[in-house]
Design a protein around this ligand. Structure first.
Ligand code: FAD
Ligand code: MLT
Ligand code: ZN
Length: 466
């Protein structure tokens, strides 16, 4: 329970301006993008340094105060939600890029640097930071690490885990750990850094990271293809793989997703005269010495009768426009209606059978509920969104969507798929962890949690079923 004396300590440490207790701030910092739970934090604290974070965590541990680490609050699993009187510890002020090493191709950043800031700083020295997602302007590197974010370039560069060389973490005791500093090779016992990546703020607070940069990809070409049946999409991926081209993205969306974007995203236009059941967005790197790869690739895909139409971006503006058809889906769906989101993954060779088995569930869903599907198909990652009219009561919609979702998860369990490919478990999916993890795995994860956080004060209620 938060007392005036606790607030006095926070104010003395950080200054009055960086301890927030006003209703608007509590609401804004108490929620993430999901907006399903009612935010109810006791206070928001905004430290400016690792030392501040350590002091706050130590104080909270001594006074039994629960903390919710908070990044850009773009999370889609309610991981940064504070709904039970916790202290929100925001990393907003740790927003400095400390060092860019263009030779070693690394960058040391504070946790509150946004993904876009990191991308831009890499570009300034002629390099590339490959994590990319539509929330890049708001989400933090610390949040990307805590969620092990995937994004639209996963197929080429992997997710956030692959980009982290070094990590500074404040443990639930307040102790500061400097893990791996940024070494590329280091086989000295357990790689503790990996434990914190994807731990959703339950094991420690990330305060700094050394991230990996890459040489810039050669001129990337973008195309959108119209596809008549789902089974043709993995077949298209097969053609790309056999052609030996360097894919940088292989994304897909359905007619429903496309129509919602055309309705809600400003300036969105369909590149085709006719609407198609499925679309694939393909991005490839040009071959060595400027050799064109997209056109011959599309010719091959046409020859195999896997697409009905295709368009290749002729300029960077057109490439951006085509990417908009995919990247604007999330925001457009949010404007369109109430939404419940799934973020599942399967082995790529099982996608077609899964989609066929999903069809009866789609057909038996309530008539006013649309199942809108899109995602990172090249990674086996599908986003299924249950979308209903905003005129419905929100809680009633969620309950009805949950019934359909449970059928989808049961089906997914038969395929040994994952209920979360990239967004995490947070507060939203704790009851569903068992669909993807065995009792033994969950027990081991709980042991790790209680070893590091014996009082259960760091991001309580997240990941584990209560
Ligand atoms: P938050 O939402 O603030 O927090 C997420 C979790 O991390 C919480 O559990 C929080 O407690 C913890 N956390 C935050 N900062 C720290 C820290 N410094 N130390 C310890 N724990 C911390 N995700 C993808 O993976 N791929 C996508 O393609 C993708 N696209 C998106 C598109 C849109 C339009 C939106 C709104 C979201 C998208 N997301 C995507 C989800 C989201 O952007 C990612 O999960 C992102 O990594 C969250 O970062 P954040 O800083 O906003 O974290
Ligand atoms: C995406 O791929 O666009 C994101 O993961 C966001 C979402 O699932 O809506
Ligand atoms: Zn995604």
């Amino acid at each position: 329970m938060l007392h005036e004396s606790h607030l006095a300590y926070f104010r003395k440490l950080l200054g009055d301006a960086f301890v927030l207790t006003g209703a608007n701030d509590l609401e804004a910092y108490g929620r993430d993008w999901t907006r399903i739970h009612t935010p109810k934090p006791a206070a928001v604290v905004l430290p400016a340094s690792t030392a501040d974070v350590a002091a706050l965590v130590k104080y909270c541990a001594a006074h039994q105060l629960a903390i919710v680490p908070s990044g850009g609050r773009t999370g889609l699993a309610a991981g940064a939600v504070a709904a039970n009187g916790e202290i929100v510890l925001s990393l907003n002020r740790l927003n400095q890029i400390e060092d860019v090493d263009a030779v070693g191709m690394t960058m040391r950043v504070q946790a509150g640097v946004t993904t876009q800031q990191a991308q831009e700083a890499a570009k300034e020295v002629g390099l590339f930071f490959p994590l990319d997602l539509a929330a890049k302007g708001s989400c933090h590197i610390g949040g990307n690490i805590a969620t092990n974010a995937g994004g639209v370039k996963f197929i080429r560069f992997g997710g956030m885990r692959e980009q982290v060389l070094g990590l500074e973490v404040v443990l639930p005791s307040g102790e500061i750990l400097d893990l791996n500093t940024g070494l590329r090779k280091n086989n000295t016992g357990y790689d503790l850094r990996q434990l914190f990546i994807g731990s959703e703020g339950t094991l420690g607070i990330v305060t700094k990271a050394t991230i990996r940069l890459t040489p810039p990809p050669r001129n990337m070409q973008v195309s959108v293809m119209a596809v008549r049946k789902f089974a043709d999409i993995p077949a298209i991926l097969g053609v790309c793989n056999r052609a030996g081209v360097q894919l940088t993205a292989f994304e897909f969306f359905t007619r429903e997703a496309h129509e919602i974007v055309l309705q809600h995203a400003m300036g969105a236009r369909s590149p085709f005269a006719e609407i198609s059941p499925y679309y694939v967005l393909l991005e490839v790197e040009e071959g060595p010495s400027g050799q064109q790869v997209m056109e011959p690739l599309l010719e091959q895909i046409f020859t195999e009768d896997l697409i009905t139409d295709a368009v290749i971006a002729q300029s960077s503006a057109q490439a951006k426009e085509l990417w908009g058809l995919r990247e604007n889906i999330t925001e457009s769906i949010a404007k369109h209606g109430h939404v419940r989101k799934n973020d599942i993954s399967l082995a790529i060779n099982q996608l077609t059978d899964f989609i066929a088995d999903l069809e009866p569930i789609v057909q038996s869903a309530p008539k006013d509920m649309q199942l809108v599907i899109f995602g990172h198909l090249g990674d086996g990652n599908l986003h299924i969104n249950y979308v209903g009219p905003k005129s419905q009561d929100f809680a009633a919609f969620q309950a009805r969507a949950r019934e359909v979702e449970l059928q989808v998860f049961a089906l997914l369990g038969r395929y040994k798929g994952s209920i979360s490919a990239e967004h995490g478990i947070g507060l939203l999916k704790t009851k569903d962890l068992h669909f993807s993890r065995s009792d033994a795995e969950i027990a081991l994860m709980r042991q790790i949690k209680s070893l590091l956080d014996p009082k259960g004060l760091l991001n309580p209620g997240k990941i584990f079923p209560g």
